[in-house]
Design a binder for this molecule. Structure first.
Ligand SMILES: C[S@@+](CC[C@H](N)C(=O)[O-])C[C@H]1O[C@@H](n2cnc3c(N)ncnc32)[C@H](O)[C@@H]1O
Length: 257
């Protein structure tokens, strides 16, 4: 199956559980992301791989116009409902792949993307596209989970992630994420990193596929018992398997023309 088809299949099934996950809808995360957009957040914004519209609905409060863009129609449907419930009338919804953004060059004052880079098989191509559709001096805000810089730990964490959700292409190390942003031609202004504690059961539940995740839970728990942290703090606490997701948020600018 082609990767984009796999993404659609996964996020069609995960749409409802993802949209209602407390870890994903965490208001502090949304506020942190929204504040990062700054003054260009009052202009025209593109949310790439918007999912159920958590960030789109928040940013649309101040934006003149916002385009919520995603590959998965079911996710766009959730985004539509979330924006309608929030009374946002300045949001349009577009379906397509981030690798070929269907927008003219320099169309947006800000381009944002959250929790999506690790689903792209060609992340650099998506950064090139985001640079193209952003106007000069426009703002890019990208936030994603990142892996350990250690290749073995990164390999193990990515293996766990892909077994849980095969639409996970590859979680980049922080240095790789930075190098994609700079390599595409953006000038980085600020960056921040934080660890978000997660519970294995809650995280596995989001994929909404008990037959797939039951054996994986056992394997990941055994890794934790054996002291393999996978670079994500995998461990046991009060009988629960816990870990963290390391987030990295970058605010960057397209250089002047
Ligand atoms: C983990 S969700 C993140 C959703 C949202 N950005 C958020 O932070 O709540 C990943 C989303 O990326 C979308 N996606 C994955 N690959 C894509 C692609 N090539 N083009 C557009 N959307 C894509 C999926 O459909 C899914 O909605």
């Amino acid at each position: 199956m082609d990767h984009l088809q796999r993404v659609k299949e996964e996020f069609t099934r995960q749409a409802a559980t993802f949209a209602s996950s407390a870890a994903i809808t965490d208001e502090q995360l949304t506020i942190r992301f929204s504040e990062a957009v700054g003054a260009n957040g009052e202009g025209t914004i593109l949310d790439v791989a918007c999912g159920p519209g958590i960030i789109a609905a928040a940013l649309a409060e101040k934006a003149r116009e916002l385009v919520a863009f995603d590959l998965t129609p079911e996710m766009l449907e959730h985004a539509r409902r979330r924006c309608a419930n929030a009374g946002r009338t300045n949001v349009t919804f577009r379906e397509g792949s981030a690798t070929d953004l269907p927008f003219a060059a320099s169309s947006f004052d800000a381009v944002v993307t959250r929790l999506a880079i690790h689903h792209f098989t060609e992340p650099r191509r998506v950064f090139d596209e985001m640079l193209r559709v952003l106007r000069p001096i426009g703002t890019l805000v990208v936030a994603d989970v990142v892996s350990s810089e250690n290749a073995d730990e990164s390999g193990l964490q990515n293996a766990i992630e892909t077994l849980r959700d095969p639409s996970h292409a590859r979680m980049l190390a922080l240095s790789e994420l930075v190098s994609h942003v700079e390599g595409a031609g953006f000038a980085i202004e600020t960056q921040s990193t934080w660890d978000k504690p997660r519970e294995l059961d809650e995280w596995m539940g989001i994929v909404n596929d008990p037959i797939r995740v039951a054996p994986l839970r056992t394997v990941v728990r055994a890794l934790a018992q054996a002291g393999k942290t996978a670079g994500m703090g995998l461990s046991l606490a009060d009988g629960r398997t816990v870990f963290f997701h390391r987030w990295h948020l970058i605010v960057a600018r397209k250089p002047p023309a």
